[in-house]
Design a protein around this ligand. Structure first.
Ligand SMILES: [Zn+2]
Length: 320
């Protein structure tokens, strides 16, 4: 008899990616389709339903061999009830997506937010494989996070657990999208770093960023790391500030959760050693010694596939 397989769906603003995943987290077959958000929730869900059936066929997996389907979504969710409260990218409000999918597929369906799903993927068979306590952080437009403790994804009462980007690091800092001020996200996300650099430039700071990026609106964190490698003071200050805030957030998480590994992904993490080496140093300085003992800070491994694998893991790795 064939072992159970699972389908993981990663719904984004522009594309929906899905894969048939086996019981060890290996992707057997995958596909990517445009989301076509303009069709609204009904159209998108309808196509999601038929794509999953097609994918199972393509992979040679009989439908009754699929153990269930997990779906990662980028927004505010009521996870226990399977309802999308609000998806900013797609303009969805109050969509009972789980029940609709479950009725159409006649399989168990679990939803969760994209950051948690990516964390579960990395913990299962990415950079977190082999340990039970992992915190994943995505440094992109925002700062996302997901927590695996004792091998289980932690969601909390309102599904807000793991929203590491909203730890307040600077009470007098910038306004955050969430309504607070000075959240980690305002300092250590790509958006936050670029904004700090632009402010420096607008204040008339001397910086090679001016020549490197003539249209300042196109400034990226990649430019910041490149400028810092050429001893640019402004770029280095922005990076130091981002790393310092991140290290202090990891220090807090270490005394609360004592994870074995922090896994860092997202666009900013592509800076590689220029990010990870000073981050490890800063973390060692600001973290309580016993909590920091043996802790590793590693780059994420799975890239885009974390979403598919983690979504399948919502079912494959569920304790029931
Ligand atoms: Zn915030």
């Amino acid at each position: 008899m064939m072992e159970k397989r699972y389908i993981g769906v990663d719904l984004g603003g522009t594309s929906m990616k899905m894969g048939v995943v086996d019981g060890t987290g290996h992707i057997v077959c995958e596909m990517e389709q445009p989301t076509l958000g303009q069709e609204g929730p009904d159209g998108v869900i309808k196509r999601m339903i038929s794509h999953a059936r097609d994918l199972a066929n393509q992979s040679g997996t009989p439908w009754d061999q699929i153990g269930g389907i997990g779906v990662g979504l980028p927004g505010f969710l009521d996870i226990p009830n399977g309802v999308v409260k609000h998806l900013t990218n797609l303009g969805w409000n109050e969509v009972p997506i789980r029940d609709r999918l479950q009725a159409a597929w006649e399989l168990p369906v679990v939803i969760n937010n994209d950051a948690n799903v990516a964390a579960l993927g990395e913990a299962w068979c990415g950079a977190g494989a082999g340990v039970d306590d992992v915190v994943c952080i995505t440094l992109g437009t925002g700062v996302g996070g997901g927590i695996i403790a004792g091998g289980r994804l932690i969601q909390g009462m309102n599904g807000f657990a793991g929203e590491i980007g909203h730890i307040q690091m600077d009470p007098r800092g910038y306004q955050c999208n969430c309504g607070q001020t000075g959240c980690l996200e305002t300092i250590s996300s790509a958006t936050g770093m670029v904004r700090m650099a632009m402010e420096g430039l607008n204040e008339g700071r001397v910086s090679i960023l001016k020549e490197m990026v003539p249209g300042q609106n196109q400034l990226t964190t990649r430019d910041l790391f490149a400028a810092a490698a050429r001893n640019d003071k402004l770029a280095q200050e922005v990076i130091d500030r981002a790393i310092d805030a991140l290290a202090r957030a990891l220090a807090i998480l270490s005394v609360v959760l004592n994870p074995a590994r922090f896994i860092i992904g997202g666009g900013v993490s592509k800076a590689g050693d220029a990010l990870f080496e000073p981050l490890r140093l800063a973390y060692g300085k600001v973290t309580q010694k016993n909590a920091a003992q043996g802790v590793e800070i590693l780059p994420a491994k799975l890239g885009n596939q974390a979403g598919i694998i983690g979504a399948a893991g919502l079912i494959a790795r569920s304790p029931n």
